[in-house]
Design a binder for this molecule. Structure first.
Ligand code: ISL
Length: 553
């Protein structure tokens, strides 16, 4: 067990985040204490001992704010409170204190690009009408020809502009890069800037250790509002250099400002507060701009998530990422799954060309996927830097691809005219115990907001905890070794020159070697002092296919 997060009289520890293993909690689907079918803050509190025992260093909680939940809470109606469906501010305070006592840091989610149409400032903007100062806080525009002011597409389908209906008076359009219920803030307005300063301080003062920044590359827009080019006849959402709504230089000014606020907390016992950027930006040269010394601390590296289960491709991603992030003094941050992507057990069980999409129609070998997910976990946790675990990764959960259409909740389903099912398949509530749904997600037999598969009994945390060969116990063992071994966490790696083609093999000082066999045949086990951990049983002094071994050398 780790030491408690310092709260008084202890020297600040200011670099924990460079090597932290962070567990992502999607609050709606993690654990339901009050039995209404939706996860909640008290559910998370009840499972903190599980997370401490798993051996993670921190928890990132996806948005927990008041919200109509039209985009799972990424549509925020009040940045300074807790969604009543999830609990109260007092519950959140208790969670922060209890997590800290167990040595777990707490990161929460900041959604600065847009709010919910239920946010009071947006409602006031609608009411105040055209030309009002209230409308200046968002992107309201007129259009002469009855068409949207630009051709920009929204993330979930359709145009990124919504016209106010004639009965609300003026027919202006507002910008929403995501759902129509998520109006974009105008970050050129000082009131927006100051409001977010205050939101950061509000949560830092309550004790949170940092923020994950949602779509950290989108707040600034090109004020000329140029159209985007067409791709196959449709306006592109590609993040090409010069895109008017992604990766504009203005985002860095905002990040620098936030960094200064986080650094104001350097002398508190907890140490300075930190940020992790969510920005799907490639190549790593571009991402590195976000983690320069006076900007955000770290950024999810999504190139690794997108990479095929292929030695050459993975090695290129690892080298390219580390080279570019280390050049600006930032650690790498590895992630295999999150609440927006198809779970990696399922991805790795498919033909790579279908891996990131094609839910429901693509043949998938889940046994192969599980074997590779085990190998990938040991690769991820052996790489230099920090690592993220999405809730349920540690249980080897697959994507749920046969959710009934009437249960689908992701705005993508409606906005795509029922052609794209969306991201619900990775958001199915966690199976904790028992033989049938709700598998201990909530008390009693009440069913959760998304139905769980009837064959998940062997995947529950309870079922896996007693089985030494389970996915859960592999994670626990790996996290224990990672915690104790001086070579793991932040640092450097050296590729081993004696490894056969198709094998990823690297050494980390002092005395650690990781070997991942991605070929289709066994390879000889390299010389070692001791086998620390292996994702599959080893026989004949060989590393089987799709297996990772950790060696003391
Ligand atoms: O827009 C994209 C690519 O063109 C996406 O990759 C986008 O960056 C990503 O979907 C952002 O996701 C985050 O913000 C969304 C929310 O729905 C997701 O759940 C969240 O992770 C809007 O807040």
């Amino acid at each position: 067990m780790t030491d408690p997060v310092p709260d008084s009289g202890t020297k600040p520890v200011d670099d924990w985040w460079r090597s932290a293993v962070v567990y992502q909690v999607y609050p709606r689907s993690f654990a339901d204490a009050d039995g209404d079918g939706t996860g909640d803050v008290n559910g998370i509190r009840a499972r903190l001992p599980y997370l401490a025992e798993l051996g993670v260093d921190a928890i990132w909680i996806s948005p927990w704010y008041p919200s109509p939940l039209l985009d799972g809470g990424y549509d925020v109606a009040d940045y300074r409170d807790i969604n009543p469906e999830f609990g109260t501010l007092a519950d959140a305070d208790a969670l922060i204190a209890e997590a800290h006592a167990l040595g777990l840091r707490i990161l929460i989610d900041l959604v600065p690009n847009h709010c919910s149409w239920e946010h009071p400032w947006f409602k006031a903007a609608l009411a105040a009408g055209k030309g009002s100062p209230e409308r200046d806080l968002f992107w309201f525009r007129d259009s002469a020809d009855g068409k949207p002011p630009t051709n920009w597409p929204a993330a979930f389908g359709g145009p990124a502009w919504q016209q106010l209906s004639a009965d609300s008076g003026d027919g202006q359009w507002y910008l929403h890069l995501f759902d129509i219920s998520q109006p974009d803030w105008n970050w050129d307005h000082p009131k927006v800037i100051e409001e977010f300063d205050a939101i950061l301080r509000f949560w830092f003062d309550r004790g949170v250790d940092g923020f994950r920044i949602d779509v950290a590359d989108s707040m600034a827009k090109d004020p000329a509002l140029p159209d985007v080019p067409l791709e196959n006849g449709e306006p592109t959402r590609e993040k090409y250099v010069g895109n008017p709504f992604y990766d504009q230089p203005g985002v860095h000014t905002i990040h620098q400002r936030w960094r200064a606020i986080a650094d104001e907390y350097a002398d508190t016992p907890q140490g300075p507060r930190v940020f992790v950027a969510e920005a799907w930006l490639s190549p790593a040269e571009r991402l590195a701009q976000y983690v320069r010394p006076n900007e955000l601390h770290s950024a999810f590296n999504f190139d690794a998530l997108r990479a095929k289960w292929d030695a050459k491709e993975l090695r290129e991603v690892i080298d390219h990422t580390t080279e570019n992030l280390w050049a600006v003094g930032a650690p790498a941050t590895w992630v295999l799954s999150n609440h927006d992507t198809i779970r990696h057990r399922t991805r790795y069980g498919r033909d790579p060309k279908d891996a990131l999409e094609g839910a429901g129609v693509v043949p998938t070998d889940l046994a192969l996927g599980l074997r590779r997910a085990r190998a990938a976990a040991l690769l991820e946790l052996a790489l230099p830097g920090g690592a993220y675990i999405y809730q349920g990764d540690e249980l080897g959960l697959p994507e749920v691809e046969d959710l009934p259409e009437d249960k689908l909740d992701d705005p993508t389903w409606e906005r795509s005219g029922h052609t794209v099912r969306g991201r619900d398949g990775c958001r199915v509530p966690i199976p904790w115990s028992g033989a049938e749904p709700p598998y201990g997600f909530g008390p009693g037999t009440g069913q959760p907001w998304l139905p769980q598969p009837s064959d998940w009994a062997p995947l529950t945390a309870e079922a896996q905890s007693g089985d030494p060969g389970s996915h859960l116990n592999l994670y626990k063992a790996a996290l224990r070794i990672r915690h104790d071994h001086p070579a793991l966490g932040e640092g450097r790696l050296t590729w081993d020159t004696d490894a056969p083609e198709g094998v990823l093999s690297f050494t980390r000082d002092p005395g650690f070697r990781c070997v991942v066999n991605l070929t289709d045949r066994p390879i000889p086990l390299p010389a070692h002092e001791q086998i620390l951990l292996s994702s599959e049983p080893l026989t004949n002094n060989e590393v089987p296919t799709d297996t990772t071994v950790w060696l003391q050398v």
